[in-house]
Write a protein that binds this ligand. Structure first.
Ligand code: UDP
Length: 357
């Protein structure tokens, strides 16, 4: 069991590129928000807070008035993603593996569990770590929420639907998952995480929430995380061939990160305990997506076709009827604007690091 004391904070880190002024779009955080109890600000423990999504969630939570204790072992997260928050007294970062146990002194009003490798190449590289953080890590985060009487939110995934034979996917669809395929280390870890979360809700009465996150993109994605968008943008910027896996007819639906984070926060504040899809229902083939990125960058490089990874889902599109109804949420940033903002970020990244990743 690990006890998190003050001496473990990281204090000085590199600075990341500044986000565009209109980054939050219509979802600009409300600085007059409500996270106070008496004279004290309320505190969230956010696991995986130095990752792509986690770091954007840190920003929103701080803007809403929460104190944030961010825990991350940095296997796929990056110190640079939270460097700009370190001078803020309402923010603390601790480097720690939550699969080994979590103990936090003092009051905690919210626990959000985002720790996990999440891109297919990352979870194939770290299969055991992925299974452990989905199982032991989720269990430890739930125990913390139970002990502190805090509300809990699990970052789950559209991968729970596997290679779906229903489209778009509503939350009521049980999925089509290969339990022994290479992707199962992530899919089944998250399905277990959902099961243990519901057990803590039903058996222990913990106030739990489950978000099923669909493909998301935006600033702070890792250039080398192996997902479609970082690969395509990097390849177009570096003048390399753009690699489309299979025939490119498989579909995905890409949600800009600020939309996703706003939807997650609304779910955290809601009374809903069953899973809720958060994603953008605008579906596009991967080949068309590659062509859009190539046109955006103005690259002349060819699109080349490579072998489709095993069990790669043929289609993915969220049914967001439930999120619209209970959270009054839907995405606002269209693909053109989102890609432009993401491109600006990657262009600066490549300019500062050179054409390597
Ligand atoms: N993909 C691709 N080229 C790449 C990386 C990914 O064609 O360089 C495909 C991948 O096979 C999948 C889709 O793009 O069909 C989205 O992959 P990603 O890794 O972004 O996320 P996934 O939705 O599979 O979790």
């Amino acid at each position: 069991m690990i006890r998190l004391g003050c001496g473990e904070c990281i204090n000085s880190l590199a600075v990341i590129p500044v986000l565009p002024a209109n980054f939050f779009g219509d979802n600009e955080p409300d600085s007059k928000s409500i996270c106070r109890q008496g004279d004290n600000y309320l505190r969230v423990v956010l696991t995986g807070g130095a990752g792509f999504l986690g770091s954007h969630l840190c920003d929103l939570l701080i803007a809403k008035g929460w104190d944030v204790l961010c825990i991350d072992n940095l296997i796929t997260g990056s110190e640079a993603n939270v460097a700009h928050l370190l001078p803020n007294p309402k923010f603390r970062f601790v480097k720690q593996d939550v699969s080994s146990g979590i103990q936090v002194d003092g009051a905690v009003e919210g626990v959000m569990h985002f720790a996990s490798p999440a891109s297919p190449p990352d979870y194939l590289k770290y299969p055991i770590e992925t299974l452990k953080v989905g199982s032991y890590g989720t269990h430890n985060a739930l125990e913390l929420a139970r002990a502190k009487k805090a509300r809990f939110l699990l970052a789950s995934t559209s991968e729970c639907y596997g290679d779906p034979d229903v489209s778009p996917q509503p939350e009521t669809y049980w999925g089509h998952v290969n339990s022994v395929g290479p992707r199962s280390v992530y899919d089944e870890a998250k399905r277990y995480a959902e099961a243990v979360t519901m057990a803590y809700h039903r058996h222990h009465g913990v106030d739990t929430h489950i978000v099923r996150i669909f493909n998301t993109y935006g600033p702070r994605m890792r250039l080398n995380d192996g997902r479609a968008l970082p690969n395509f943008l990097y390849q177009a910027l570096a003048g390399e061939p753009i690699t489309v896996y299979g025939d490119g007819k498989q579909t995905r639906s890409f949600c800009y990160v600020s939309d996703l984070i706003e939807g997650i926060y609304r779910l955290f504040e809601s009374n809903e305990h069953l899973p809720v899809n958060i994603g953008n229902p605008h579906e596009i083939t991967i080949l068309e997506f590659a062509e859009r990125v190539r046109a955006l960058v103005g690259a002349k490089t060819p699109i080349v076709f490579r072998e489709l990874p095993q069990d790669d889902p043929k289609q993915r599109c969220p049914d967001i009827t439930k999120a619209r109804r209970i959270l009054n949420w839907e995405p606002k940033v269209n693909l053109e604007d989102g890609l432009q903002r993401t491109y600006e970020f990657f262009r600066k990244q490549v300019a500062s690091t050179g054409p390597t990743r």
